[in-house]
Write a protein that binds this ligand. Structure first.
Ligand code: GLU
Length: 448
């Protein structure tokens, strides 16, 4: 990646020293810091106010014990986290991730990214993230319920519609949000709809929230292509992952005339040259909660490749939508060599720094996650608006709002990159535009 000036290198080495062992947080911070040199050159007052140092230090971090009992009565102890990173623009906002890989470094990288992502949406939300090293895989509904209840028994005291509003992320979907909301409501004796987003449609949820991250990511890619006189129609695409983001990314890509020939899970990928059957994928992943091998079993035209690397499949558009660091430098080089003309990150930080550099150097439009996948949290903010006004909007109206937000984010990133002398560099554009919005509010508030 690009170098940094001495001042930024100093800030970065302090971050590494003060947050030892948190590799993903270091990576996320470095990527943003590498973009900020030109901003400090233009706006020395931001350096004087130590805005970067302050943004890199969470406002508050909560770590708590989550004890629970499985169906056989065995006691388990997990660790819960909520990192309330920045509230300059609004109440803390960001998802909860339940996955065995979760530790403080993962939650901090996600919370840090969330600050800039949320700022880019233009909506009044601060940045946070939380979760647990609980592994929902193979757990029954009642086990998940007891875990969520125990988790909320501590977390509730840090939440509130004006304080901190969690949502889902990996391992946290409508089922978990239901159990979490039920427990919050019971403890507080308040029907406070706006305290969580991603709720069910019958109890305060918003239409389009389920689809929003995937749909939004595709709108962003559509805008990147449009800026180069291209469209998605007829394009051959690869979408990694097979969770919520991947499913609705595939759905929208195919709706717009593209063909998605592969998706994946942690065991391998499924290749389906005729285009992924979204209804079947939803049935397997969302209804039956099965692995992707079940998709290939039921669709003879497709085949499952165990342990396969999805990025080796030639495609024109790649949308990494599984998890962090799933696409490395070698994968990026393979994609470029195979004729990939656009990359849109549906996941958070799925491309490693050397992968990002390869796409940028090759001039492949690269939609960085904090811009490209902002549609999810943007629609969460629309859910909060509906909750605050005790209203519910139609699917069409909500989707129009989402599409407009994604077009605005694209325009902002594009224009900012140009202003700062790096035309077409959405990484630089997103980092600078998001940073400036937060920094200006922090300057206005003084040293607090
Ligand atoms: N977890 C999602 C993200 O990475 C959504 C967060 C939210 O809706 O609050 O942005």
């Amino acid at each position: 990646m690009a170098g940094m000036d001495e001042k930024l290198e100093g800030i970065y080495s302090d971050i590494v020293r003060r947050n030892a062992g948190e590799a993903e947080f270091h990576q996320a911070a470095r990527e943003v810091l590498e973009s900020l040199g030109p901003v400090l050159a233009k706006r020395p007052e931001l350096a004087e106010m130590k805005i970067i140092e302050r943004i890199c230090e969470p406002e508050r971090q909560v770590i708590f014990r989550v004890p629970w009992q499985d169906d056989s009565g065995e006691v388990h102890v997990n660790r819960g986290f909520r990192v309330q990173f920045n509230s300059a623009l609004g109440p803390y906002k960001g998802g909860l991730r339940f996955h065995p890989s979760v530790y403080l470094g993962i939650i901090k990288f996600l919370g840090f990214e969330q600050i800039f992502k949320n700022a880019l949406t233009g909506l009044p939300i601060g940045g946070a993230k939380g979760g647990s090293d609980f592994d929902p895989k193979g757990r029954t509904d009642t086990e998940v319920m007891r875990f969520c209840q125990s988790f909320m028994t501590e977390l509730y005291r840090h939440l509130g519609e004006y304080r901190d509003v969690p949502a889902g992320d990996i391992g946290v979907g409508a089922r978990e949000i239901g159990y979490l909301f039920g427990m919050y409501k019971r403890i507080t004796n308040n029907y406070e709809s706006g305290v969580l987003t991603g709720k069910g449609l019958g109890w305060g949820g918003s239409l389009v929230r389920t689809e929003a991250t995937g749909y939004g990511a595709v709108y962003f890619v559509q805008e990147m292509l449009k800026a180069r006189g291209e469209t998605l129609d007829g394009k051959r695409c690869i979408v990694s992952g097979s969770g919520n983001v991947a499913i609705y990314t595939i759905d929208k890509l195919q709706h717009l005339g593209a063909t998605v020939v592969a998706c994946s899970d942690s065991d391998g990928y499924v290749l389906d040259e005729g285009g992924i059957d979204v209804a079947l994928l939803k049935q397997i992943k969302e209804v039956e909660r099965l692995r992707l091998t079940a998709y290939a079993d039921r669709r003879p035209a497709s085949r499952f490749v165990p342990g396969g690397n999805i990025w080796e499949i030639p495609c024109e558009v790649a949308m990494p939508s599984a998890t962090q660091n799933e696409l490395n430098g070698r994968d990026a080089a393979t994609l470029v060599k195979n004729g990939c003309i656009a990359v849109g990150e549906g996941a958070n930080m799925p491309t490693t720094p050397d992968g990002v550099k390869i796409f940028l150097d090759a001039g492949v439009p690269f939609g960085v996650g904090k811009a490209c996948n902002a549609g999810g949290v943007a629609t969460s903010a629309l859910e909060m608006q509906q909750n605050a006004s005790r209203d519910s909007w139609t699917f069409e109206y909500t989707e129009q709002r989402l599409a407009q937000i994604m077009r605005d984010i694209h325009r902002t990133c594009y224009a900012t990159a140009e202003t700062y002398g790096a035309p077409g560099n959405y990484v630089l554009g997103a980092n600078i535009a998001g940073f400036i919005r937060v920094a200006e509010a922090m300057v206005a508030f003084g040293v607090v």
